[in-house]
Design a protein around this ligand. Structure first.
Ligand code: ZN
Length: 153
């Protein structure tokens, strides 16, 4: 059961940080949410080899394909998006739980030889506690609320 609810008391925001002031939305600029959701699900559910965590930014940039992924994610202004915007999006996807980091070789956990090559990404899931069904986190509308996405699309 959810026990931390007994001690947690929401004191509201601090009113000064980028989260409270909404400035974090500029970290990524406006994205096409539907495209991001769709392309991540396709990429992470159809490839034979899992994606390395260190390759997520490469995937979102898609330099090998004339940065087509950037153009689709950020629409007209996509191809000129700075690396900072791409990294910000990758971090927000992780923070939201849309992407989950996994270490396949569990024997390397806590060892010095754990390297970037051991960390992969999987599609994040959430548990619908009422029905005990594991769902794709990307399909949870509320998790998208903090993203800066185009509400018209
Ligand atoms: Zn704050």
């Amino acid at each position: 059961m959810w026990t931390s609810g007994k001690t947690f008391k929401d004191r509201g925001g601090c009113g000064h940080c980028p989260y409270c002031l909404g400035g974090y939305k500029q970290f990524t600029d406006t994205i096409d949410r539907r495209f991001v959701a769709c392309t991540l699900q396709v990429k992470l559910s159809t490839v034979q080899e899992p994606i390395l965590a260190s390759d997520v930014v490469k995937f979102l940039t898609d330099a090998a394909n004339k940065k087509e992924m950037k153009r689709r994610i950020w629409m007209e202004s996509g191809k000129s998006k700075s690396p900072g915007k791409v990294h910000a999006l990758a971090l927000q996807l992780l923070a939201a739980g849309f992407l989950r980091l996994v270490v396949r070789d569990q024997s390397k956990l806590g060892k010095n030889d754990l390297s970037q090559k051991d960390i992969h990404v999987q599609i994040g899931t959430v548990l619908d506690a009422e029905n005990m069904i594991e769902e794709c986190a990307i399909n949870c509308h509320s998790l998208w609320e903090l993203f800066n996405y185009d509400r018209q699309r």
